[in-house]
Design a protein around this ligand. Sequence first.
Ligand SMILES: [Cu+2]
Length: 115
Amino acid sequence: MIKVLLATVMVLALSGACSSGGGSDCTSTNAAKLTGALEIKNFSFNPSCFTVGSGSTISLSNSDPRGHTFTVRDTDVDVLVPYNGGTGEATAPAPGRYDFYCRLHPGMTGTIIVT
Ligand SMILES: [Cu+2]
């Protein structure tokens, strides 16, 4: 029984360590500063954990052969970024910490720290 419990704890610890930039792992100390465009490629956001100033423009570019959205939870930010080199722009919401995702592919997620 104890062995099973240990194995479970190990798996949980490993999966936490391997998760990509966004989600609960994204904090103001490890967030990237967004300098260029937020790139969408291979069905993921890059960077997926970043900080921007409130009201600033977030440039979006999508090099995938599929359209994606940049949708920020609990805000009205919801931008469709066309496929094959399409671009878009979003305005960073009020200061806070937000999760974002693609409405068409809910597995594509990230976190934004707005300062
Ligand atoms: Cu998508």
